[in-house]
Write a protein that binds this ligand. Structure first.
Ligand SMILES: C[S@@+](CC[C@H](N)C(=O)[O-])C[C@H]1O[C@@H](n2cnc3c(N)ncnc32)[C@H](O)[C@@H]1O
Length: 392
């Protein structure tokens, strides 16, 4: 999501009647689960708010991505983003001689379209471009987008319902990890409290209860040296099983993860004592996940040290870690920009896109790129200018 839209706002616009009714249906669904089971862990609440079948923010018909939606991601800001990623893909596909691409959570479909167009130009198309999209609504939009933009390559694009049995090639996940449910905690009187969501007097409320979930306790205890009294934050208990599920079928190649986040000591810095949870609603960012259910995105930053540790335990190599600006420049952003157009007005617009992608005050610094590899002994082009693996 571009920083342009990270403004905090207290005056959030009221939803239209249809959207409000939809939100009420999702609220009833979550309320029913609370009535049946008691307060929900925040992670379960977030899972339902985003992915409850037919109702959640990603599962149902909210606009979500793009100028008419709630936020804009890099692939929809500029095709240059995809062209740079395509160069990284081309290097790996060339080394492997033959391989596939698998994109998780493909959003509007523009990243897939622009990568395939660029690889066509470079004459190194993958055998298949697989998409694994858990949102039925986004899957339909991707199908429409790709049928319109690259009908000539539709036979190579395959939407998967389950993970493949084996895979060689490049796996891509842009802003996917940040959309995975997180557990929230607070340190109170030296104890770890977990944040639950309850329903009381007609509204969702947060409740802090003594943490008993052993996985949460283990994750928070491992952060011990960073946490002070009153400290609130979140941990991901979903990224590790997700990576393990990929590792089970990933035979050779590159996993490229792009998302906003920090190394652990920055993530759990003493000054970031309220965590990183954020909601996106009609291009406004705010911090209340209990409102506008099904109408707003809920997201948390990524602890890339956690991702690296998990990958290492699985036997993957951490082959690169840098910020988005450096990755794009290493992949040849400047040359792509120079050759993009001769039209002055169009050039101005493209320059603006490049600024959004690379300026430290926009997406250039907060967004990181991590490369995990298996049996891929080549220096990756995206990390030639800068590699921060030793900072993890
Ligand atoms: C913030 S959107 C980003 C979409 C797109 N990658 C982009 O950059 O525009 C998050 C996406 O991740 C998807 N997602 C979340 N968890 C997923 C998972 N476990 N497998 C596949 N997709 C997932 C959501 O359905 C949604 O499409």
């Amino acid at each position: 999501m571009s920083n342009e839209h990270h403004r905090r706002s207290n005056d959030l616009p009221e939803p239209e009647a249809d959207a409000f009714a939809h939100s009420q249906r999702l609220s009833k669904h979550i309320e029913a689960e609370i009535t049946a089971k008691g307060p929900l862990s925040f992670a379960r609440f977030m899972e339902l708010a985003l992915y409850a079948p037919g109702l959640g923010y990603y599962s149902a018909g909210a606009h979500k991505l793009g100028r008419e939606g709630d936020f804009i991601t890099a692939p929809d800001l500029s095709p240059l983003f995809a062209q740079c990623i395509a160069r990284q893909c081309a290097q790996v596909l060339t080394f492997l001689h033959e391989g596939d691409i698998l994109e998780f959570g493909a959003g509007s479909g523009n990243l897939a379209a622009d990568i395939l167009l660029s690889l066509e130009e470079q004459k190194i198309l993958p055998r298949h471009y697989f998409i694994l999209e858990i949102s039925a609504d986004l899957r339909q939009r991707q199908q429409a987008c790709l049928a319109k933009r690259i009908p000539q390559w539709l036979d190579r694009i395959v939407w998967l319902d389950t993970l493949p049995a084996t895979f060689r090639g490049v796996i891509l996940a842009n802003e996917v990890l940040d959309a995975m449910p997180v557990h929230r905690f607070k340190i109170q009187q030296g104890q770890i409290q977990e944040c639950f969501v309850d329903f009381a007097q007609g509204a969702f409320v947060e409740r802090l209860l003594k943490a008993t979930n052993p996985c949460l306790l283990e994750a928070v205890q491992s952060l011990d040296k960073y946490l002070t009294e009153g400290y609130e934050s979140e941990v991901s208990l979903t990224i590790a099983p997700w990576l393990a599920s990929i590792h089970a079928f990933f035979q050779q190649g590159l996993i490229l993860l792009i998302d906003y986040g920090f190394v652990r000591r920055e993530y759990y810095h003493v000054q970031r004592n309220a965590g990183t949870l954020m909601c996106h609603y009609q291009h406004r960012a705010h911090s209340n996940p209990l409102i506008f259910l099904g109408l707003q995105d809920i997201t948390a930053h990524i602890d890339f040290t956690h991702v690296a540790e998990t990958a290492q335990k699985l036997g993957l190599e951490i082959a690169g870690f840098t910020n988005q600006a450096s990755f794009l420049l290493s992949c040849g952003l400047a040359e792509l920009l120079a050759s993009s157009t001769n039209d002055i007005a169009a050039q101005w617009a493209i320059n603006q896109q490049v600024k959004m992608l690379t300026l430290p005050s926009e997406m250039g610094e907060l967004f990181k790129v991590m490369a995990l590899t298996r049996d891929l002994p080549i220096p990756l082009v995206g990390f030639t200018l800068q590699d921060w693996c030793n900072r993890l």
